[in-house]
Design a protein around this ligand. Sequence first.
Ligand SMILES: Nc1ncnc2c1ncn2[C@@H]1O[C@H](COP(=O)(O)OP(=O)(O)OP(=O)(O)O)[C@@H](O)[C@H]1O
Length: 302
Amino acid sequence: MTAIEVCNLTKRYGDTVAARDISFTVEQGEIFGILGPNGAGKTTTVECVVGLRTADAGSINVLGLDPVRQRAALRHEVGVQLQESRLPDKIRVDEAVALFRTFYRRPADGDQLLSLLGLTDKRRTQYRHLSGGQKQRLSVALALVGSPRVAVLDELTTGLDPQARRDTWELIEQVRDTGVTIILVTHFMDEAERLCDRLALIDGGQVVALDTPAGLVAQAGKEQRVRFRPARPFDDALLTELPEVSMVRRQGEQVTVSGTGNLLHTVTAALARQQIIAQDLRVDQVSLDDAFVALTGRSLES
Ligand SMILES: Nc1ncnc2c1ncn2[C@@H]1O[C@H](COP(=O)(O)OP(=O)(O)OP(=O)(O)O)[C@@H](O)[C@H]1O
């Protein structure tokens, strides 16, 4: 069942077109990623989805509701964790949860929520004394305190250390397992690859691709790379004449071969025929980052 439908959403700020003709649907129970570089229009898009901004054109339907005209009803169904949510320094974790529970007609059990988020030990701690990861988890808890059917999480793991990021990812999977539909805004490839069932790549306010992480990688082409250090010199022609090989590059002692098909077997067999041992042999699979470069012509990390 479709939980969210966005059709031809356009949003301008003066001369800037932040979102241009954006369309996508999110199925119930899915983790749907919105991935793109800074300024791509991700936050603008989700702010329109949750009714915090009014689109200039297009239509949006969230759980059968119009986010702007039926904002009051939608507020009880959609939990939002937007970038850099801040709370008063001295509010305690349990006080924040208790306060936010009063905003909703179907509040979640505060203790259960803190336990799910791994914050039970910190319930009496003031906000200012929480670590970055704990603040992040509290902001997720507050997005979930109204027992929403849809949660929108924006730049969830920005600024977290690797362990805290992994913990947060596990947490999001647990939340999804409770049946919540999740929109995850991110500019991290690894996060999108790990968590999202499907994702929209957004660049310059437009959806440039929409697919599963594996589907996006496949769209970007089936090229693979094999890298090794040959035990003795050889002529590039040995490999470039193979139909599977598209390019051979050398960097110091290292040889990188790009191509398709069963590239690893083809390359190692050709080398073996000449008794050349391939040392430090590695195969690089196409990543989501490569897919982004192929689809937009530039790197997300730049
Ligand atoms: N309130 C605003 N007024 C004017 N321009 C804005 C406003 N909010 C965003 N923009 C511009 O709209 C474009 C899209 O911004 P948006 O915040 O939606 O992108 P984003 O993909 O979420 O980026 P980031 O990852 O940096 O948050 C940018 O060019 C931004 O400068």
